[in-house]
Design a protein around this ligand. Structure first.
Ligand code: ADP
Ligand code: MG
Length: 408
């Protein structure tokens, strides 16, 4: 496929993002907001479907952000508009509760964030906000957490004096945004996305230990190693809410219970075959065996990936990415043909390794490629999609970026 027909989604500069939401705010609500905040989407390098198992994940924040122009509403009503959604979204804070009909739709991520911050005793105001984003949504790049975290940062800065931008405060915000997504938006996701968006460090990936809650930045300077990371948004429909994600989660929780452990993190690689033997005879045993094998080996792959990075052996990580994809395809069964074709085409075009990323069932893949090879690999992937009759994918260059922040 001709390189000039490829769609690359560029990250906006903070100036562009701020100008867009200031104009949108003036148009929809009139006047100027109190400020503009931005929060990044994320892409997970390795460690997939491990967060809700107390395991390890290793995301980076993308340079692609969701921008929000925000003012306190002055009363208890939240009013929102988005360049990515029609109409005005509105709710009165007293109506915000888990399962409440009043909080259906995209604004639930925002209302849930205010609600969850308040539950932690923080004086988060009801807000008026205008949203615009260059994070593709539903692409497995966590537009939902970017939306929550941008508003959490706005609430912090517009809320009670003394609620400073400290690491402990950010950790509380992570918890609140997870709760917003789980309880109010009704998406039962783990905590990786919100941690990446609020705790990321530029030029680093974040090693998340989802058992201890520790988030450790690890230098991830691909350019210095002559590499870059290509994100492939397959544009295949991505739907985590259709029960598949919940089913994977339920299987893992039931398996942990059957094994007598709090989470699958407690099963070391050395204990895997005994654990699988114990599960095999149970009802649904064959499925549990596959799911548990993925989780336990994926946690091990993530640890080994970080060890290689820290030993300066980044050129050797490719096979771990490939193995992660195979495990997600065969054992966790969360890939779709678009993801499998994307990684195969990327490898054939010279990627050191490639895998699906995010929850799966559509969404995105990543490929670790030689610096400068982005257009060539993208072209090969787009060509393979065309040959299969799939819709055209889009591409993003992923340089590890910083966390949610005020930009104007
Ligand atoms: P992902 O987080 O992988 O992009 P999700 O399904 O978790 O996918 O979240 C996508 C949802 O988040 C959208 O359907 C919408 O409700 C909400 N959302 C995210 N970004 C925006 C935005 N810029 N404007 C309005 N809603 C958004
Ligand atoms: Mg999401």
């Amino acid at each position: 496929m001709a390189a000039d027909q490829l769609e690359f989604i560029e990250a906006w500069t903070p100036e562009t993002g701020a100008a867009r939401v200031l104009a949108g705010y003036a148009d929809r609500f009139g006047g100027r907001p109190a400020g503009v905040w931005a929060a990044p989407g994320r892409v997970n390098i390795i460690g997939e479907h491990t967060d809700y198992n107390g395991g390890l994940a290793f995301p980076i924040a993308l340079p692609h952000c969701t921008y929000v122009a925000v003012a306190p509403s002055g009363n208890e009503v939240i009013r929102l508009a988005s360049a990515q959604a029609d109409g005005l979204w509105q709710v009165a804070m007293p109506d915000v509760a888990p399962g409440a009909a009043a909080v259906a739709g995209w604004g639930s991520y925002v209302a849930g964030t205010v609600w969850a911050l308040r539950r932690r005793g923080l004086a988060a105001p009801a807000v008026v906000g205008y949203v615009d984003s260059c994070v593709p949504f539903g692409a497995g790049l966590s537009s939902s957490a970017a939306l929550e975290c941008a508003f959490a940062a706005a609430c912090r800065d517009l809320g009670e004096p003394g609620w400073a931008d400290t690491l402990p405060a950010r950790r509380v915000m992570v918890e609140a945004c997870i709760e917003a997504e789980n309880q109010i938006a009704g998406a039962n996701t783990g905590g990786m996305d919100q941690s990446a968006s609020l705790l990321a460090v530029a030029a680093h990936a974040l090693l998340l230990d989802c058992r201890s809650g520790e988030a450790r930045p690890v230098p991830f300077d691909l350019a210095a190693a002559g590499l870059e990371l290509l994100v492939i948004d397959t544009r295949a429909p991505h739907q985590l809410n259709d029960g598949q994600y919940a089913a994977r989660r339920a299987t893992c929780e039931a398996a942990a219970q059957a094994l007598g452990v709090a989470t699958l993190r407690e099963v070391p690689l050395s204990g895997l075959s005994a654990a699988l033997d114990a599960l095999a005879g149970l009802p649904d045993g064959p499925v549990a065996v596959k799911r548990v094998r993925h989780v336990v080996t994926e946690i091990d792959r993530t640890a080994r990936f970080v060890d290689l990075l820290e030993a300066g052996r980044v050129l050797e990580v490719g096979p771990l990415l490939d193995a992660s994809h195979e495990s997600l395809r065969v054992d966790y069964e969360v890939t779709v043909p678009q993801l499998d074709v994307a990684v195969a085409a990327a490898r054939e075009a010279g990627a050191l390794g490639a895998r699906m990323t995010g929850g799966g069932f559509g969404g995105s893949a990543i490929a670790l490629i030689p610096a400068g090879a982005g257009r060539q690999v993208a072209s090969a992937v787009a060509g393979a999609f065309a040959a299969e009759g799939f819709g055209a994918p889009a591409f993003l260059g992923a340089v590890p970026a910083g966390p949610a922040r005020r930009v104007a």
